[in-house]
Design a protein around this ligand. Structure first.
Ligand SMILES: C[S@@+](CC[C@H](N)C(=O)[O-])C[C@H]1O[C@@H](n2cnc3c(N)ncnc32)[C@H](O)[C@@H]1O
Length: 297
């Protein structure tokens, strides 16, 4: 088989490359807490959550591809007490594998299976105040986020907000703690991983233009925050990146090489881990895009 046939075979068998085993859920918890440490919030500050609601009103928030629902559960805890009894929060995912037991969670939170690419069901159309998507670079294919943005727009009420938090995987790189420590192999590892991602049709160039895609799909008041991880978070984000790499490699290594690449991955990995033990970090920049569905139309 050549690289393209191998890639097609992997994608046919496994449409989601990171897996849903307990280590992946643990990685998502770590990642969630890192995201909160980095930004200081779960809901972007430009989205105003009301402290009271009118008679009979319900405030609804949806998390698409919620994974283990860490984000929506924390959002439930942070809601103003005046609206909490009148809110409905939904964690949606194509797989139920990592949903927590509903009995252990706040009564406002509901979990349901939903494919974010499918037509939005009638009962979920036009009812949400906020739709949230986070870390979908292993979900978006062929460089096109617009089907997901369009579906989010369908789910939102007029005036509702879409918040999309993403790792800009195009920025995957190694950083030395100082000029005395080489990051050559760790850097090589990030480059080989990105080559592999491209062959598997996970081209990340859509991420840098997320704001344009919001605007092209009719969103207003679009704000795009591009940041880099705080140096104090580089160690845990490196652990997160290593776990993510391991999950992908399990599915995409053939004869010691990642599909679509020529280098011996085991050798690169061993040298990269050595450099990382000397303080080299792996990072991928966090970006957040928010936009509002027009109040009329
Ligand atoms: C990297 S995880 C991120 C989970 C969560 N958003 C977070 O930030 O912790 C991506 C999630 O998307 C889900 N997913 C993959 N394909 C999907 C699809 N077509 N529709 C909905 N969810 C999907 C996966 O099951 C996984 O839980």
């Amino acid at each position: 088989m050549n690289g393209n046939q191998d890639a097609a075979a992997v994608l046919q068998k496994e449409t989601y490359l990171l897996g849903r085993h307990f280590k992946e859920s643990a990685r998502l918890h770590l990642q969630h807490w890192l995201w909160k440490s980095q930004t200081g919030w779960n809901i972007h500050p430009s989205i105003n959550i009301p402290s009271t609601l009118g008679e009979g009103e319900t405030y609804r928030i949806a998390d698409q591809g919620a994974g283990n629902c860490a984000w929506i559960l924390e959002v439930a805890d942070e809601l103003p007490s005046g609206i909490k009894p009148h809110t409905k929060l939904y964690g949606f995912d194509v797989s139920l594998a990592n949903f927590p037991a509903a009995d252990n969670c706040s009564p406002e939170v509901h979990f349901a299976q939903l494919n974010a690419f499918d037509d939005v069901p009638e009962n979920l159309t036009g009812i949400f105040d906020i739709v949230h998507i986070r870390v979908f670079s292993a979900v978006v294919r062929n460089n096109d986020s617009s089907p997901l943005i369009k579906n989010a727009a369908r789910m939102l009420k007029p005036g509702g907000w879409l918040q999309w938090d993403e790792f800009n995987s195009a920025s995957f790189k190694a950083i030395s703690p100082n000029a005395g420590v080489s990051s050559k192999w760790a850097q090589k590892m990030t480059e080989v991983m990105m080559k592999n991602a491209n062959v598997l049709t996970f081209n990340p160039s859509w991420i840098a233009n997320l704001d344009q895609q919001f605007k092209e799909n009719g969103f207003e008041n679009v704000q795009f925050d591009k940041t880099t991880w705080a140096p104090k978070l580089r160690k845990p984000i490196t652990d997160d990146m290593l776990m993510m790499t391991e999950s992908v490699v399990v599915l995409t290594k053939r004869d010691g090489k990642l599909i679509g690449t020529e280098e011996n991955f085991d050798e690169i990995w061993a040298h990269a881990l050595e450099e990382i033990s000397k303080g080299v970090s792996l990072t991928m920049d966090p970006v957040v895009c928010v936009g509002q569905k027009p109040a009329c139309g």
